[in-house]
Write a protein that binds this ligand. Structure first.
Ligand code: PMT
Length: 317
């Protein structure tokens, strides 16, 4: 028999509360909260959109003094590229990202080594070689513009504990924006974790033979975000699967279960080339890039910006 929705809702809320109670407190919480409050104060008046982009994979530590951890697949490319296009469309962006993942405006810089970007001139002054000069200039000027005009706020995470605490902080703060807020949840979020209080404090001994470990389920926060944290916001979540036969069905399920406005379905084998946007009015829109030189996120963010404008104009439709 299906569970009464109000009982299911209460259970989700209790699971989320228990998760936050037991999580190690976010380092630097006060400083991060102050910079978030300052950023939102600048954007709370006026009619512009504010989007929270999440990007990169969360880790699950296996030890409190962490040596080993479980990781989630995500380079941060989608989140970083989308951030650039949302900024171009006039949005202010809160970029919640995995430390060390791809960053806005840095995607075209050489990957191997930061030092490849520079060379020493005759008087030992640092120069950018001619071959990189245009990408470096563009990266610096776009990035500085976004930061100096207070249009980009970057909040880093590594673990699932940090990610969910940041998401909660940002979402509850963005509630003041009402329909002008958007969530674009591209981060790859761990589904299973070791609760902090039952986690080994020190490095797990390997002398004892094979390791058996029980992982708890991470509470799904999409439901709480939609219901309690920022109910009026426009919510876009992503669904990643490796089996194409279940992808759209899972995306439809997430759309209904968590009350998302859009679920972007993507398959690991071709996620850079094609996605399907599943929408709450029953629509399915395939977005594919026309050439390898084009970012799929150009079209994706463009469609979402239009849908968000309609959401702002007709909040009850
Ligand atoms: O970063 P790239 O290399 O460019 O890759 C981009 C991407 C493939 C990672 C991205 O497009 C993507 O699909 N991200 C979501 C991957 C994912 O975690 O899917 P999921 O099925 O596990 O979760 C679906 C949604 O539920 C996500 O929006 C997630 O934010 C949310 N979630 C997940 C687990 C959890 N406990 N709570 C959540 O709210």
């Amino acid at each position: 028999m299906a569970m009464d929705p109000s009982v299911a809702a209460r259970q989700s809320e209790e699971a989320a509360e228990a998760f936050f109670r037991a999580a190690p407190p976010l380092r630097d919480r006060d400083r991060l909260a102050a910079s978030l409050a300052d950023f939102l104060a600048r954007h709370s008046a006026g009619g512009g959109g504010v989007v929270c982009v999440t990007s990169g994979g969360t880790t699950v530590p296996l030890e409190q003094r962490c040596v080993r951890y479980i990781d989630n697949f995500s380079s941060g490319q989608r989140g970083a590229a989308s951030t650039e296009y949302f900024l171009k469309a006039g949005y202010a962006v809160i970029f919640i990202h995995r430390r060390g993942s791809k960053q806005p405006y840095c995607r075209f810089l050489p990957e191997d080594s930061f030092l490849d970007l520079f060379e020493l001139g005759e008087d030992s002054e640092i120069q950018v070689p001619q071959s990189h000069s245009s990408v470096v200039k563009a990266a610096i000027s776009n990035y500085r513009k976004a930061i100096d005009e207070c249009l980009l706020l970057k909040l880093p995470f590594t673990t699932i504990f940090e990610y969910l605490q940041l998401l909660q902080m940002v979402a509850t703060s963005m509630n003041c924006l009402g329909h002008r807020g958007m969530f674009y949840l591209a981060a790859a979020v761990s589904d299973f974790y070791v609760p902090w209080e039952s986690m080994a404090k020190h490095k797990i001994e390997s002398a004892g033979g094979p390791l058996n470990m029980q992982l708890n389920q991470v509470p799904k926060m999409l439901f709480i975000l939609r219901k309690n944290w920022a109910p009026a916001a426009f919510c876009v979540s992503f669904k990643l699967e490796t089996d194409p036969n279940i992808l759209l069905q899972k995306a439809e399920m997430a759309l209904k279960k968590y009350g998302m406005n859009v679920v972007v379905a993507n398959e690991l084998a071709n996620y850079k080339d094609v996605v399907v946007m599943v929408t709450s009015n029953g629509g399915r829109t395939t977005v594919s890039r026309t050439s390898k030189a084009e970012d799929l996120e150009v079209q994706l963010t463009d469609l979402l910006v239009k849908m968000h404008s309609e959401h702002i104009a007709q909040p009850n439709s």
